[in-house]
Design a protein around this ligand. Sequence first.
Ligand code: PLP
Length: 387
Amino acid sequence: MTSRPALSSRAANIPPFHVMELLARAHALQSAGHDIIHMEVGEPDFPTPPPIIAAAQRFLAGGDVRYTQATGLPELRDAIFRFYRTRMNANVPPHRIIITAGASAALLLAIAALTDPGDEWLLTDPGYPCNRQFIQACNGVPRALQVEAGTNYQPEASQIRQAWSEHSKGLLVASPANPTGALISAPEVEMMNGLMQELGGTLIVDEIYQGLVYDTKASSVLAQHDNVFVVNSFSKYFGMTGWRLGWLVVPEGYERHVEKLAQHLYIAASTPAQHAALAAFTPECIGLLEERRALFARRRDLLVRELPGLGFRIHRQPEGAFYIYANTSELTSNSQDLALRLLEKGFVAATPGADFGDWKSDQHLRLAYTTSEERLMEALTRIRSCL
Ligand SMILES: Cc1ncc(COP(=O)(O)O)c(C=O)c1O
């Protein structure tokens, strides 16, 4: 008899993505001929902008596809530097910008650079589920801070102080956030960063949905703070999820350490993707992305207007990203059951709150408006008939 390799406790204990189980069922229904409206998907429905595709094709036609430096193409780091300067009024020198394989690798690099075994990171619940896994992969410990609509889904100073211990390493937040679409205001960042300074911790801000904001101009914490680690990506605003490209901005002095980690962990981000992304900042591309942003805003307004009539409560207007984190407690005591019912009876897929943490997760569904207004209207009709 051959013995089977023993799984690590890290792999054995990792929780499943509930939405993946739902998705498997959605695909089965789709194969059986049903028309599923996908509101569970966390990626834009638009194709990659044509100028980006054209830049990739030009580069690939040359055939010289090799590794770049671990920190990324110098031209791309320069382009991001100019993007921050002209659009965010932030001065971020290119040597502090490290190109990564998506925000995922940026988060992993930042956490790996800062975490020793047993170090604790404070995270919001609800929040992006992979952060817990990145921390645990570095032998750190995630600590959840339960956040509510009443505090803009952000942790309060008293909560941070209370959760802080001698093992605490820092605070990881996102703006706009997944799943709530909440933006961190300038005074809130000031409070968080001030507290980190006082307590001897580090602030990491995930700005992956930067650009997808609907009531204000896009901004970055880097305009005010240069001691914060900032994560970003080409996935969401730039519509490049499958290209796997993002970046990490590090405070002065950390670049060499993060570079060494990147060299060893994945050598460099995809070279064709980096050449393609050079076209992402052209006026033609930004013009197209701004048109898409306007469409997202209309979709958000449509759902915020219509969902309350169906019994979903939206306790805080989402200001960014492409999600509505709707309270379902008037409809059900178990949002996972509701998600299943919407799928089985209405052929509408949505993500149950359980994917984003434990805090009141059975009272929430995340609805992504990554589909057209016509499809959203159809989804609303179907949801109404299921309830
Ligand atoms: C808040 C947040 N951070 C990071 C990521 C990872 O994105 P990517 O690796 O595609 O850039 C996601 C993806 O949905 C996200 O929602």
